[in-house]
Design a protein around this ligand. Structure first.
Ligand code: TRP
Length: 347
């Protein structure tokens, strides 16, 4: 069975973009069709200025929302990255395989580092090495597929390169993963700025619908979405990105087709009203389930504990094998290896 791994970073509240672009498909498709792991990648939240209490809160909330969105712990593995030591263990080994130049070429690093420097801040070393940790997340589990947005494809490419390089140098150890598109309605744009995507969890603003926004807040944000000049409702991503975004959100919520849907509207106002209601209705069961799960924190903790145990069981043998392959002395000598080496073989 195909193994799938994906992660959400607890750096901000999860958005409609995260849900339509990724989470919904994980629940509806991936957990049924694959051996899937979904991870709250909390170590990644420490690569930029952070508030410890907030990271903790967002990690718990992220895990709870993954369950609320329909991930079933009987069908897939939901866990928190820092609960499984294998990620950090493997990350170091992969740092010994990756190069400095390779890291500095990562587009996301260049952008984030430049932004940080403009603000006069310092760049954490972990921001540079972050893609290696992400590679470790993926390779530790032997994941075949990694459903990610376009902004993460370069990082998955790096994971592939590191897997191939490690295997060539030290013997076959890792599955070589590939990035997959997370879904159909993969690109929900910011309602106030349809040129940028609504998934940037670290931004705030009236153009971002959060999964836990109250219905009235959702309505207000959608009603105030920027639309393009003109009066006719057309579906044209290039010329009318604001309108196209609304049509796509409506289509994604109702299972329709944006091109067909547009014909039903003669005004922007009507389209906004229906889109707002469709989003509210889609989020209602997720929010309801989230509320129930919040009332039962012991259940969520139990799911995460079991998830981490299962994840550890999967990652451990691969990471141990990588430790041996790269030349680290096992703490407990394995009889077969000890014998061979005593006999002078492979020395
Ligand atoms: N870097 C991803 C993001 O910012 C999150 C992530 C971390 C991830 N590790 C991963 C995604 C492994 C997929 C697989 O969105």
């Amino acid at each position: 069975m195909t193994r799938v791994f994906s992660g959400v970073k607890p750096t901000g509240h999860l958005t409609l973009g995260n849900y339509l672009g990724a989470m919904r498909r994980w629940a509806e498709v991936d957990q049924h069709a694959a051996d899937a792991l979904f991870c709250v990648v909390d170590l990644h939240a420490l690569t930029v200025d952070h508030d410890p209490a907030r990271v903790r809160r967002l990690s718990r909330q992220g895990a709870t929302l993954l369950l609320a969105s329909g991930l079933d712990p009987e069908r897939c593995t939901v866990f928190v990255q820092s609960h499984v030591d294998e990620h950090a263990r493997l990350s170091y080994l992969l740092e010994c395989v990756a190069t400095d130049g390779e890291m500095r070429r990562m587009i996301q690093y260049k952008e984030k580092a430049a932004r940080e420097q403009r603000r006069g801040g310092s760049v954490r070393l972990s921001l540079l090495t972050y893609p290696v940790l992400m590679a470790a997340d993926i390779l530790a589990y032997g994941a075949d597929e990694v459903p990610v947005g376009d902004d993460q494809r370069q990082h998955v490419e790096l994971a592939r390169d590191l897997a191939v390089r490690f295997n060539q140098r030290y013997g076959h150890t890792f599955v070589v993963p590939r990035a997959t598109k997370p879904g159909v309605a993969a690109r929900v744009m910011n309602l106030q700025d349809p040129a940028s995507k609504m998934g940037k969890s670290d931004d705030v603003g009236p153009g971002i619908v959060y999964l836990l926004d109250e219905p009235d807040v959702v309505r207000r944000k959608v009603m105030r979405a920027v639309t393009d000049s003109g009066r006719e409702v057309v579906y044209d991503r290039e010329a009318r990105p604001g309108l196209a975004n609304l049509l796509e959100i409506l289509a994604a919520c109702t299972g329709g087709d944006p091109e067909l849907l547009r014909g039903a509207y003669t005004s922007y106002g009507e389209l906004k009203r229906d889109t707002a209601e469709a989003v509210v209705e889609m989020l209602r069961p997720v929010q309801q389930r989230h509320k129930e799960l919040c009332a039962d924190p012991a259940y969520v903790e139990g799911v995460l504990r079991e998830g981490a145990e299962r994840a550890r069981g999967m990652a451990r043998p691969t990471v141990d094998a990588a430790y041996r392959a790269i030349g680290l002395l096992p703490a407990v000598a394995e009889p077969a290896v000890a014998e061979r080496e005593a006999a002078g073989a492979g020395v």
